[in-house]
Design a protein around this ligand. Sequence first.
Ligand SMILES: [Zn+2]
Length: 198
Amino acid sequence: MLPDALKRLVHELKKLPGVGPRGAERIALWLITDGVGVSSALSDALSAAVEEVGFCPVCGTLTRKGEQCPMYTDPSRDKTRICVVEGPLDAVAIERSGVFDGTYHVLGGVLSPLEGVTPDDIRIPDLIKRVKDDSVVEVIIATNPSAEGDVTANYIADELRSYGIGVTRLARGLPTGGLIDYADSDTIEKALENRIKL
Ligand SMILES: [Zn+2]
């Protein structure tokens, strides 16, 4: 029914998170009709983002490809405090709240024995190296309040116990199963202020 090029566009759009087959058709049609101006800007922005955006080799946060992130290179930020998050957007959400002046460590996932995710898969060895290299005094664990998030937080706390540093976790201001990258700044600010010792 659809011309080949449109079929191809629908096929690719269907792969986006949250886009089903009907939605993909509607978006595809809009992009080549009413949204044709947006289409070319979108295609440029997409190429540029894929080309230029990378992950900080130290923190795992989003930054320019091949560069350390501004949060880590800014001399006014406190490198002795690390906030550990699951994904790069969690760091963005916490940064938006404006109450944390330390640095971040993105795990890139959570421990999951069922899915075979081990500490080595989620940058925990890198975290331990940073704790030693940057004379870290506090690690604030901001994994999501889920079963895997809890397991990951406890594992990290156990691993860091021998280093004699403070290990805290965000307070339960967030609803259980809630996602940090969807939380508003006030909620994040309160969760950080009321962080609990592990
Ligand atoms: Zn960084």
